[in-house]
Ligand binder design. Structure first.
Ligand SMILES: *[C@@H]1O[C@H](CO)[C@@H](O)[C@H](O)[C@H]1NC(C)=O
Ligand SMILES: *[C@@H]1O[C@H](CO)[C@@H](O)[C@H](O)[C@H]1NC(C)=O
Ligand SMILES: *[C@@H]1O[C@H](CO)[C@@H](O)[C@H](O)[C@H]1NC(C)=O
Ligand SMILES: *[C@@H]1O[C@H](CO)[C@@H](O)[C@H](O)[C@H]1NC(C)=O
Ligand SMILES: *[C@@H]1O[C@H](CO)[C@@H](O)[C@H](O)[C@H]1NC(C)=O
Length: 343
């Protein structure tokens, strides 16, 4: 009966109530690992049915761990212990906590621990680091722009703020293209420092802090001028037509469409980033020439240039989406060291 109910009503579910604590365990740091959630005085796991990157974003934000880089099923970071608290989790991206996402009732599932969910986040900023996040938007890819500098989060003033700057921010936070660049604290007023003012971007910068800006903290603004952005959905990455989810032709999801990456300049450092982003260990090879078959249009990226240390391919040096001189017999592929099952 449970099978039949689940088969015909996989999304028949109740919203879970109250913010429950979450943690990531058994990974290299507290921002990567198997997802566990605390309910009824017990830590339990989350099943990978319907699990996706939007849920990972919510978890990473709840933990103060930056953006979600990947949502992995198949117990990539080991099998947890009972209970399996959540199944069929479906987040919209605007939830402040995992327990605000829709899911089946607590403890109701059809899973085993071989399906435990793991999450890779971009990580909390270290004191010397500069990081950007979007706050209080209607999805994980919109909101007030906040920038971490000198140990604290602050905002950006809307003087000079426009679509070119928004484009840079969207790319930096791993989202798609910029849809708008709202000014005047559209997403509410921030607090603390107003870190940047009079931002002027050329559009090709890899990060907002590389645009021409006022010096840190020097401005003539109030928080009622806080800048925001709205971007299209996060860029997802997958490897297709290989023997596991950790090898195959690389495809990226942008503007609602999956597309390929051209092999011009494609190398092991680029593959390294993809393997890390997918939670697939390190790169073994970076084959070109459509080694795992030819994909379909669009060719989204060409001349990808990563250092190898980036957390996501969108943090690498990229040309504009769709700007290329390639055919699909040049599709790039990746082979990673880990072999984990498909979601
Ligand atoms: C919560 O814990 C109590 C005591 O351990 C147990 O009796 C009860 O069944 C649990 N509730 C759920 C929903 O698992
Ligand atoms: C950075 O923080 C330190 C200590 O909190 C402070 O003394 C210094 O003035 C800050 N620098 C800027 C540019 O805000
Ligand atoms: C969130 O944004 C809304 C406007 O969309 C604003 O009214 C509210 O104050 C904001 N909340 C925070 C915490 O910034
Ligand atoms: C944004 O402002 C910069 C600097 O003033 C300018 O070069 C750029 O063309 C503007 N972009 C748009 C889309 O208006
Ligand atoms: C999968 O890859 C093989 C080569 O390894 C290729 O012959 C085949 O056409 C590919 N299939 C798809 C659907 O891409």
């Amino acid at each position: 009966l449970r099978f039949l109910i689940n088969f015909f009503f996989p999304l028949l579910s109740l919203p879970v109530s109250g913010p429950a604590q979450v943690r990531l365990v058994n990974g290299p740091d507290s921002c990567t690992g198997r997802l566990e959630v605390f309910y009824n005085s017990t830590w339990g796991t989350v099943c990978d049915d319907h699990w996706n990157l939007v849920g990972a974003h919510v978890v990473c934000r709840q933990l103060g761990c930056g953006m979600g880089l990947s949502a992995i099923g198949g117990a990539r970071y080991g099998r947890g212990k009972d209970p399996i608290w959540l199944d069929n989790v479906q987040c919209t991206g605007m939830e402040a906590a995992l327990s605000e996402c829709r899911a089946r009732p607590w403890g109701t599932h059809n899973c085993g621990h071989g399906e435990d969910v793991s999450v890779v986040c971009s990580g909390a900023p270290t004191p010397g680091e500069i990081q950007v996040r979007l706050v209080n938007g209607s999805s994980s890819c919109s909101g007030r722009v906040e920038i971490f500098h000198n140990g604290s989060w602050g905002t950006v003033c809307d003087d000079g703020w426009n679509m070119t700057a928004a484009e840079v921010v969207c790319r930096e936070v791993g989202c798609g293209s910029a849809l708008s660049a709202p000014a005047g604290a559209t997403f509410g007023q921030g607090a603390g420092q107003i870190w940047l003012d009079d931002v002027t971007c050329a559009g090709t910068e890899a990060a907002l802090s590389l645009c021409q800006v006022s010096s840190w903290g020097s401005h003539n603004c109030g928080h009622r001028e806080d800048a925001g952005v709205e971007c299209s959905e996060p860029t997802q990455v997958r490897l297709v037509n290989g023997s596991s989810r950790c090898s195959g032709r690389i495809e990226v999801h942008h503007n609602q469409r999956w597309g390929t990456v051209c092999d011009d300049g494609w190398d092991l450092a680029d593959a390294e980033v993809v393997c890390r982003q997918l939670g697939c260990g390190t790169a073994v090879s970076a084959p070109g020439k459509a080694m795992f078959g030819q994909g379909h249009d669009p060719v989204w990226l060409d001349e990808v240039n990563c250092m190898g240390t980036e957390g996501a391919i969108t943090e690498c040096n990229l040309k504009r989406w769709g700007d290329h001189n390639c055919k699909h017999d040049e599709d790039a592929s990746v082979v990673c060291s880990e072999i984990t099952p498909f979601l």
